[in-house]
Design a protein around this ligand. Structure first.
Ligand SMILES: Cc1ncc(COP(=O)(O)O)c(C=O)c1O
Length: 401
């Protein structure tokens, strides 16, 4: 059977779906590592720390206590309570347990949110560069992603003017992600204020992905759009999760806080598609949320050191410039100064060329910015040791020459 004939069986949604560029680069790096190459990966979107012990202990206790069955769809009452408390502290907006839904990962929370809010043909504004999954999830909901380019010289923040200019009668939702994957930048609180007013003026909805809100460095401050006004509170779905804050990516735990009717819609979608997040993960997350945040403070302190280090190392490389990341664990350097240079026998014309040659000749894995809407950038994850960051940049320096 020809591959064209074979794929005719697949749904239009699948045929139109773009595979994740970050996971593709990760796979390429892992394949080379399996062949014995000493790869330094700066491509993964997860903390390199182990999940803190008290969280793991709670999971073991849940297994021993026989917490083996299905739970309530959107999470156990203890978990919903703990999430509501954390969301209230995080956003400054009061959330009750019936406004919360826990799901297997923030990614699935976002998917369900898009399904709950978007109709065929609705427009969703997504500031770009952006995380690769947003446009795909929007399309899966039948909606039209409208990517609004932000500027490097404005630290990739969505400006109120750019938002206002992108709104059409079809716009229903604004997606915000601050701190951002891939840029590592935040939207300043005064912009969030102005953006919230525009959202209210045009009667839009907001989906605010705040999954990196506990990883903010220096003087930078995070403000949730839900806190701007009563309208914003009543028309925002805040998305968060345990993956990045508590180094729990593999456990799969995400959540939303939303007006009751939207939370119920999301829970209904979940009931028909995956029942509930893993019962053991739920117990672990209760321990994470109700326990001491010292472990988070420690991980953040290490990320802050790495942020300073990678910022300096990248700016020391000829042809590369990088603004200082404010949050998450990504740097998004501009490499247009390398275009036209020959490295490892390749004339570099774009970030994809550079990432390919860096992986093959220097054994350093990074993700080309084109995948995120950053045509001259690389996404570098600094969720790895300071030693690895130094060695990776030493190899890149040698490669660039
Ligand atoms: C911006 C952003 N949102 C959401 C997620 C989802 O994370 P998870 O599904 O592990 O909760 C990620 C993961 O990489 C992310 O970078």
């Amino acid at each position: 059977m020809s591959s064209e004939h074979e794929s005719a069986f697949l749904s239009r949604r699948i045929l139109e779906l773009q595979p994740s560029a970050t996971l593709a680069m990760d796979k390429k790096a892992k394949d080379l590592a399996a062949k014995g190459m000493n790869i330094i990966s700066l491509s993964v979107g997860q903390p390199d720390f182990k999940t803190p012990k008290h969280i793991c202990d709670a999971a073991k206790q849940a297994i021993d206590a026989g917490m083996h069955g299905y739970t309530a769809v959107g999470g156990t009452p203890e978990l919903k309570q703990a999430i509501a408390k954390r969301l209230t502290e995080d956003t400054g907006v009061a959330y009750a347990a019936n406004q919360v839904v826990a799901s297997p990962g923030g990614k699935y929370s976002l998917y369900l949110t898009f399904q709950a809010l978007l109709n065929e043909g609705d427009e969703i504004i997504i500031p770009s560069p952006c995380w690769v999954s947003y446009p795909e999830m929007a399309r899966l909901a039948g909606a039209v992603p409208v990517l609004v380019r932000t500027k490097e010289e404005e630290f990739f923040a969505l400006t109120p003017e750019a938002l206002e200019a992108a709104i059409t009668p079809k716009t229903k939702v604004l997606l915000l992600n601050s701190p951002s994957n891939p840029t590592g930048q935040i939207i300043p609180p005064e912009y969030i204020e102005a953006i919230g007013r525009i959202v209210e003026k045009h009667k839009l909805w907001c989906v605010s992905d705040e999954i990196y809100n506990h990883l903010i460095f220096g003087d930078a401050r995070h403000k949730s759009v839900a806190s701007v006004s009563d309208y914003c509170r009543d028309h925002t779905v805040v998305v968060n999760g345990a993956s990045k804050t508590f180094a729990m990516t593999g456990w799969r735990m995400g959540w939303i806080g939303a007006p009751v009717r939207v939370a119920k819609a999301i829970e209904d979608m979940q009931s028909q598609t995956c029942s509930n997040p893993c019962s053991i993960t739920q117990a672990a997350t209760v321990a994470a949320l109700n326990g001491s945040m010292d472990c988070v403070t420690e991980m953040k302190a290490e990320f802050a050191k790495r942020r300073d280090l990678i910022h300096q190392l990248l700016n020391d490389l000829p042809g590369i410039r990088c603004s200082k990341p404010q949050g998450a664990f990504y740097a998004f350097p501009n490499i247009s100064g390398l275009y036209g240079k020959t490295m490892g026998g390749v004339v570099v014309k774009n970030p994809t060329d550079f990432c390919n040659v860096a992986l093959e000749k220097a054994q350093v894995a990074m993700v080309p910015g084109e995948a995120f809407g950053g045509p001259d950038n690389l996404r570098i994850s600094y969720a790895t040791s300071q030693e690895n960051l130094r060695e990776a940049c030493r190899r890149l320096k040698e490669l660039i020459g």
